[in-house]
Design a binder for this molecule. Structure first.
Ligand code: GLP
Length: 241
């Protein structure tokens, strides 16, 4: 694991942004894996700025998001499709046909999961997967106890995850109980992983991800076994490492 220490959230976002922009500039058909949540918001702002100022084009980029809530349509302001459109896709030149998120409104989740895996494989796998870190060690929506062999699947969300994400919803009752998420094995097939962590609240989780024995009980520990992980974290998040 390569650890890059940023002074604060803004610097973490800028460093992640430079790394992605450089990859997009240097690669013919870049395949980028994207995450949602509060952590990558600064990264997306920076990517939009880089695009607006003419330093990068996303015309050749394909994107795959980690996850989507089950039962939320793309018109729902809490869906990850909406989040991505609002924060990034509507403001850059990535063609709609090259954007991929699991379909949370699918009539056949099992088939949807298989399709999503197939699409990732057809794209030649993900070059760089951006990851955030859940307080309980989840990556994507892979909660503690998820098999390291899992591929894109339907997950039951932990109560703690629903509580953590309730801040985006009018009330906790409206937070979906299920989601579709890339599996741990799918994530681990990415050529490079970029883990972004910010804030004191995440310090313990980051410490465990980096130092605890690799275990399905703390999904992010699997990253210790990936050959190319870059952690960009701010001082507060690294305060226990
Ligand atoms: C959410 C998402 C993850 C995200 C994580 C951390 O539940 N499914 O992809 O990385 O939790 O979110 P945040 O960045 O808001 O702390």
């Amino acid at each position: 694991m390569q650890i890059i220490k940023a002074k604060n959230y803004e610097e973490m976002s800028r460093l992640a942004c430079s790394l992605l922009v450089e990859h997009v500039q240097q690669t013919e058909s870049p395949v980028i894996g994207l995450a949602t949540g509060s952590t990558p918001e600064g990264l997306y702002k920076c990517l939009v700025k880089e695009f607006r100022e003419g330093r990068v084009s996303f015309r050749a980029v394909s994107t795959f998001n980690l996850d989507e809530y089950a039962g939320l349509s793309m018109e729902d302001a809490n869906s990850y499709q909406w989040y991505m459109t609002d924060k990034l896709f509507a403001h850059v030149d990535v063609p709609a046909r090259q954007i991929h998120l699991p379909d949370g409104m699918s009539q056949d989740f099992e088939q949807e999961c298989l399709n999503y895996e197939r699409q990732i494989q057809e794209a030649g796998n993900i070059d760089i997967q951006v990851l955030g870190l859940g307080l309980n060690g989840h990556i994507g929506f892979n909660e503690p106890g998820t098999s390291f062999l899992s591929r894109t699947h339907v997950v039951d969300l932990d109560e703690s995850t629903r509580e953590a994400n309730a801040r985006f919803f009018p009330s906790i009752d409206e937070v979906p109980t299920q989601a579709i998420s890339m599996g741990i094995a799918s994530i681990m097939e990415s050529k490079k992983i970029l883990l972004l962590v910010s804030g004191k609240e995440k310090a313990e989780a980051l410490y465990q991800a980096m130092n605890s024995p690799v275990s399905e009980e703390f999904p992010a520990t699997i990253l210790q076994l990936h050959p190319e992980v870059t952690v960009i974290a701010d001082e507060l998040a690294l305060s226990k490492v």
